[in-house]
Ligand binder design. Structure first.
Ligand code: HEC
Length: 156
């Protein structure tokens, strides 16, 4: 009798666990259905940058959309004496195409119109490194990178 009770209890616990897993699976499926799989990839990139920001600065709180837009739009004179900003190549409207200095088209930055944006951390980091150096003559901080991505993600 005692054995049987224990078995029942075990089974009930197993059942509960399965229900929980099932629930997690359903909510994940629903989220990707409503947001699209690329939105989940964007969130993953943001999470990765958040980790980077936290390890660079113990006082890190969160990324900021307004600061991201300001960063995107601020112009400065770089070491080659040119007036530059992120807008120089990416166009002032992130939903529109931009242009490299060699006049090659750059697809829009906003994930709302370009599902490929911020889905591959290697690509994201590679271009931050290159473009931050180009515009700021230094690397971007994790905070700046996260602000920028969060701003781009906020554009509907
Ligand atoms: C000299 C031109 C130029 C400037 C200035 C520039 N970019 Fe870029 N950027 C590019 C090119 C070219 C690519 C790669 C082509 C593509 O992804 O469409 C790119 C790609 C990126 C990507 C990759 C995004 C992804 O996941 O697809 C990020 C992030 C980025 N740029 C951020 C910035 C930021 C931040 C600034 C301002 C500090 C900036 N860029 C300024 C030319 C530029």
């Amino acid at each position: 009798m005692k054995m049987k009770n224990m078995k029942m209890k075990n089974m009930k616990m197993k059942n509960k666990k399965m229900k929980k897993n099932k629930f997690a699976l359903i909510s994940l499926t629903l989220t990707s259905f409503f947001l699209g799989p690329w939105a989940l990839a964007n969130e993953a990139i943001l999470k990765g940058l958040e980790k980077e920001a936290r390890s660079a600065d113990a006082k890190f709180v969160q990324f900021n959309i307004t600061a991201g837009e300001k960063f995107f739009r601020s112009e400065r004179i770089n070491s080659s004496g040119e007036k530059v900003s992120c807008m120089t190549c990416h166009s002032p409207d992130p939903k529109k195409t931009g242009m490299t200095r060699a006049n090659k088209v750059i697809e829009p930055m906003a994930p709302a119109v370009n599902a490929e944006r911020f889905t591959d951390m290697v690509k994201v980091q590679k271009w931050f490194k290159r473009n931050c150096n180009d515009v700021l003559d230094r690397a971007c901080t994790a905070q700046e990178k996260g602000n920028f991505v969060k701003y781009m993600m906020s554009i509907k």
